[in-house]
Ligand binder design. Structure first.
Ligand code: PGA
Length: 255
């Protein structure tokens, strides 16, 4: 059974101090929630402090990006082993903002996913179509390409451990959530491709979560869809009560 997986993507928000204050509050608000996997993704600078504040709790910590080399002359980049040692167990890879603003391609996403797995991190790998692609009816073809190229060379066992975030770009930060039917269709398609390319066991175990204007008042209807296993939450994760509400509302919708 896939437990609901709810992750907070803080993007370029929150200092070390603000992150620690958030985690201390969140800890209390979700301390009794056992049947949901809860993850927060602070900026690099706050990973260590957030992970310390989350130690021995049900809250995991993620990086928001990572480089694929183990070390070397790559000014400004951060290696998988570095965020792991700082306390992260997960890492977001290929977020649409990275793709759009920083030129990340499926090939780059692939190198990062492979490197993160090799370092023992669980990738939260983002895929999703732009508005133009949806309007041209290319959504499923775009997802196919992102899965094929982004997850190239992964074994079935690695695929089973991955968290795939379906984030339609037109729904991110726009207040425009995909309808449950739109999310359900895309997630079912992703799951069927995972089954076809990585086998039934990998497809059944892999979490496919939805991202794009998720809020406390729409999480339940999204999780009703059988292939929606959780959410990657941006804006609504910055305020602790709102994020805790999303976590607790995903409980009974366990898939
Ligand atoms: P949003 O962001 O919830 O603010 O739409 C989601 C994301 O970018 O992961």
């Amino acid at each position: 059974m896939r437990l609901p997986f709810i992750a907070a993507n803080w993007k370029m928000f929150k200092t070390v101090h603000e992150s620690v204050v958030f985690v201390k509050e969140l800890r209390l608000l979700v301390k009794d929630v056992e049947e949901v996997e809860i993850v927060i993704a602070p900026p690099f600078t706050a990973i260590h402090a957030a992970a310390e504040a989350a130690r021995n709790t049900n809250i995991g910590v993620a990086g928001q990006d990572v480089y694929w080399e183990r070390d070397g002359a790559f000014t400004g980049e951060i290696a998988p082993g570095m965020i792991k040692e700082a306390g992260a167990e997960y890492v977001i890879i290929g977020h649409s903002e990275r793709r759009r603003l920083f030129g990340e391609t499926d090939a780059i996403v692939n190198r990062k996913v492979v490197a993160a797995l090799a370092a023992g991190l669980t990738p939260i790998a983002c895929i999703g179509e732009t508005l133009e692609e949806r309007e041209r009816n290319e959504t499923l073809a775009v997802l196919d390409r992102q899965i094929k190229d982004g997850f190239d060379q992964l074994t079935a066992e690695q695929m089973a451990e991955l968290v795939v975030a379906y984030e339609p770009v037109w729904a991110i930060g726009t207040g425009r959530t995909a309808t449950a039917a739109q999310a359900g269709e895309a997630h079912a398609h992703i799951r069927s491709r995972l089954r076809q390319w990585f086998g039934a066991d990998a497809a059944d175990r892999c979490h496919v979560i939805y991202g794009g204007s998720v809020k406390p008042d729409n999480i339940r209807e999204l999780l009703v869809e059988p292939d929606v296993d959780g959410a990657l939450v941006g804006g609504a994760s910055l305020e602790v009560k709102s994020f805790a509400d999303i976590v607790s509302r995903s409980r009974r919708a366990a898939v």
